[in-house]
Design a protein around this ligand. Sequence first.
Ligand SMILES: Nc1ncnc2c1ncn2[C@@H]1O[C@H](COP(=O)(O)OP(=O)(O)OP(=O)(O)O)[C@@H](O)[C@H]1O
Ligand SMILES: [Mg+2]
Length: 501
Amino acid sequence: MDEVQQQAEGVSYAPSPPEEFCGREEERERLSAILSRTGERGQAVMISGPPGIGKSSLLTWLAYEVQERPGGMQSPVLRGEIFDLPGMIFSAFRELQKDLHNHATSGRFGDILGSEGMQEAIRYADDVLAKYAAPVEPVGLLSKTGEEIIGIFARSPEVGYDRVRQAFGELLWELGRLMAGTGRIAAVLLDDVHLASSLDRRLLRDTVHDLPPGILLAFTCRTEDGAGSGYATMQEEIRDLGSPEVPLPGMRAHEIREMAKRRFDLSVGDGAAGMLEEASGDPFSLMACFNTLRHRGLAPSPENITDVLAGAGEPAGLAFAVLDEPGKAWAEELCVLNPPFAVPVMACMLKLQGMSVALITDRMQESGIFRRLPGGEYAFAHPLLQEHCRRELSTGARTALNARAADCFERTMHRLSGRLHVLLSLACHFFNAQEYGKAADLNLELGLRFYHREDYDTALVLTQRAVTSAEHIGDDALLAAARQQRDLIRQKIAGPVEAVR
Ligand SMILES: Nc1ncnc2c1ncn2[C@@H]1O[C@H](COP(=O)(O)OP(=O)(O)OP(=O)(O)O)[C@@H](O)[C@H]1O
Ligand SMILES: [Mg+2]
């Protein structure tokens, strides 16, 4: 039997491990062809498709193909992921840069990447990326109340966007140059760019525009996204730049049979596979269906599959139905958080402060609902699970959990490293907890900060929250200031459009 990633709750909903990856021959061939052209000329490719179709899994396969496969390219991979918290400027690019630093200082690629020129380019990019996004000095942020946080942000970043672009570009050119000397290539992978805010998109676009030979830039983008997806814009942009798109369709019957066998040790007949192809075909739904069959001890017959799918509702609901109660409770309590989840915040949310970190993280891993991120933080195994949990919360529970989250961030702030993430999370949780006094000040101040960094979309989200909060607390002066700031941002957003007209 092929090895199955068996979790206590079934097979994990995290992106497929490469050794369990099934089907997608055509898409893999396209990616392999793009890889083979990379040495001559830098290549960019967008992997696209609806939620749960297998984009992150294909990216994971690509990472394995480039870096790990025995007899393969054995070339370095840098990987970053974008999460659903607007305003995390360049945090995914900093992950890429951190990966490069690790490669340059590790045994495996250290010989090739450890050159003085590379070290210098890494230091410079690190400095510039940090300066652009950093929320100034951390000491003042240790204070416990919203009011004290106010007023400590720099009004404008110390460096302009052009220096960020130049520093990141130089990093890739240096990497490409070193790769050329060895006949290898390097792959830069970015997951979920549909969640990127405008500055990250700008840097992505500029990077695609100026890719050196030896570098493959592959990124994934959801084609549907509730929050006004930027997929259409992204598609147009990469088309203009002459880069290909690899769209993922639903799985075909033979791929479904392979997946059932390899990942669940279930033998699905032609009839049942054809039915599944027609009913859903997206791998997330298939995972939910096969996990349910296995949990209930049912054979994958057409009748049983019909039965499972009939009462199912949305696939994430099906996935949840078979979880044990403690797993469900954890998922519910953590779903209001913005990933990545730091362990101290999770422990506080779950009221497990007395428990050892090792025990908490073991349990997170075992549950199969969460996955561990490279930096030691956590996220839901799949975003559809978190989105489902959030939708299911009652208004009262949502408010209470957000209040708890705000409190947990205030308590654990001194142990958390990502200042920007802390501030943005607090701004979000105060607002969702209806603690409008604190929410108004913090969102207004942060909104201004993003305005100065020319991230107008994030600035608008934050400032709109400040307007709503000021209305709730009936503070006229604050409301006037918030409205003025909002108008200013709207003008900036409308600006270029008007100029074109
Ligand atoms: N080719 C595949 N072989 C085996 N399992 C797969 C494959 N593709 C996807 N899966 C499984 O299906 C589920 C959804 O896949 P994945 O997370 O890659 O989708 P996605 O398109 O990235 O979703 P999202 O848009 O939410 O990010 C995961 O549990 C994954 O393990
Ligand atoms: Mg994904």
